[in-house]
Design a protein around this ligand. Sequence first.
Ligand code: OGA
Ligand code: MN
Length: 287
Amino acid sequence: MKVEPINADFAALVSDVDLGQPLTDGGIAEIEQAIDTYAVLIFRNQSLTDDQHAAFTRNFGPIDKGLLVGSKRKRRLANPDVIDLANVDLEGNVLPAANIRNVSLVANQFWHSDSSFKDPPAKYSILCGMELPDQGGQTEFADQRAAYDALSDEMKARVQDLVAEHWAYHSRDLLGGSGNSAGETEALPPVHWPMVHTIPGSRRKSLFIGIHTREISGMITAEARMLLHDLLEHATQRQFVYRHEWQANDVLMWDNQCTLHRGRAYDLTKLRELRRCTTEVAEFAAG
Ligand code: OGA
Ligand code: MN
C-alpha cells in the first residue's frame, strides 16, 4: 500500500490496494495508521459491490446506519448497511428537483460530521462515488485538529469544557423541513458532546462542531448559536480544507471525529450517485 499526502498532515492518496479483497490485519492497521495521521484517505479506481463496501467497512467497527434507524421507508438497495445517497427513486430515475428527499441530500451541503447527532456518533465514513455530475458536486473536508490548534489561547480556554447539543433535524429545519414523520424524529432525540475532544489514535485535540449543533449547555440560545457560527467560520477557512474533485469509482474514507465535510451544490436534475457505509465510535472522550 502506498500513502501519498496531499497536504503535510491532511488528506492522502492511497494506492496499491484493492478494497474489494479481504484485508490482512496488517493492511487494516496500515489504513488505521494512515487515517490517524491524515484524517481523509482517497482511493481511486475501486469498483465495489455493496457487499464488498460493507465488508470493507466492518473491518473498522460496528456499522452506523445514520438516519435509517426508525425509518420504515422502502429502500432501493438490498444491503441494509449501505446508505443510499443517490438522487433517484426506487427505480433509479433521477428525482424531480422538488422531491422532498432532496432536502436531506441538500442538507449534506452544510458542514457536518456524520451522525454527530447519535450516541454513539460516527467514526469512519466510507463513501463510494458512482456517477457524478460534470459541474459541481465536489466534496470538501475541513481538518478540525488544525482548526483547534489555530484557535487563540483565549478561545481554547473558552471552548475547552463546553458541551453542545446535536440534533439530526436541525439542518433539515434550516432548509424548510424534510417532511419526516414524528416517529422518525422521535427515534433520534438530541445528544450532547464535548466541543473539544482528543482523538484516541493520534492523541490530537480536535473541535467537534458542525451544522447538527444547535445549543450549548448553560448558554442562552442566541449566544450559543453565534459562538457555534463563529467557530464554524474559523474551522472551515480554506487553509484547513481539502476539496475532492470526484472521478467515478473513487472511494473516500474519513474520520468523523476530527473532520467536517460537505457536498457542493450541483444541478439537482442531474444524476449524482454515491453510497456510504459508516462505523460507530467505540468511546468518545472529552479532553
Ligand atoms: C456523506 C456526505 C457529501 C456529498 O456522504 O455523508 O455528506 O458530497 N456527502 O455528497
Ligand atoms: Mn455526511
